[in-house]
Design a protein around this ligand. Sequence first.
Ligand code: VAH
Length: 335
Amino acid sequence: MIKINYVCPTHNTNNFMSERILILGSSGQIGTDLVQFLRTKYGNENVVAADLKAQPILIGCEGPFEFIDVLDGQKVFDTIKKYKITQVYLLAALLSATAEQKVKSAWRLNMEGLFNILDIAKENPALKIFWPSSIAVFGPTTPRIQTPQYTIMEPSTVYGISKLAGERWCEYYNAKYNVDVRSIRYPGLISYKTDPGGGTTDYAVAIYHEALNKKSYNCYLREDTRLPMMYMPDAIRATTSLMEAESSRIKIRSAYNLSAVDFTPIEIASSIRAHIPEFEMTCVPDSRQAIADSWPQSIDDSSAREHWGWKHDYDLDKMTEDMLMHLKVVSNKAL
Ligand code: VAH
């Protein structure tokens, strides 16, 4: 885990001060960015970070932190009461590649963690819940180009099966108990703030680190493997926009398709070479190729755009420029 010091913007938008937010899994890829974004917007003391692992140092965004295992439902409940929480982001999960190695642990964490939160929200209807789904809910029988919001869903990975089941339970708890749970089917996410964390799409994070450090990268996917991807600033904006939308605008309570860009290892390598001309990439597919081949190549996210105004900001080249600029600062290396 890279420990990076971030200096958060000093402005806080005080009119959000009534919200008190708990982020479970705050030290992970999404969590690290989300803590910083939400503390800047809602005030450091109004955003409680919680994880089993320590939080990266967030200079200017310091705030409450709790060591919590999301499988300890009582501890989660006590923390919600202690801080008078109004919103919970449940981000703790095992990702696709890791989940194939730890089948039962992944199912338990991804499902029991969700049930703990849904059952607390069932008894506390004022709570708003965010739970991340993934394009991994689609499988090899799903149409892979511009995959629609509603289509065949036969995931062939442990992670995808747990996310599909989770979507069904989110929709059930909303329909049956009026739980205000909201979800997004994230594509592969790319951030400079955390190390790759066991995801099949994480080659698209590692390639930037290796390009800067070694000027070369050995990719574990075939060079023409096209996957839907998104830069973390877009993902954070989409997540908080969904959580801030009026409940009446949320027409889909399983999970929204969400998209920004899709690219192949060849294309991201070419984007990097515009900044590091000598960069070289080799491709030696491993077991993760079968996971990637079961997923969509591109996503139709028109429902998210219509229902709550989603629009992505970063294309591949804009992401590459920003990633390399920030990684250069972090590792004090000249390009
Ligand atoms: C993974 N980054 O690779 C996650 C994501 C669509 C992929 O859910 O497992």
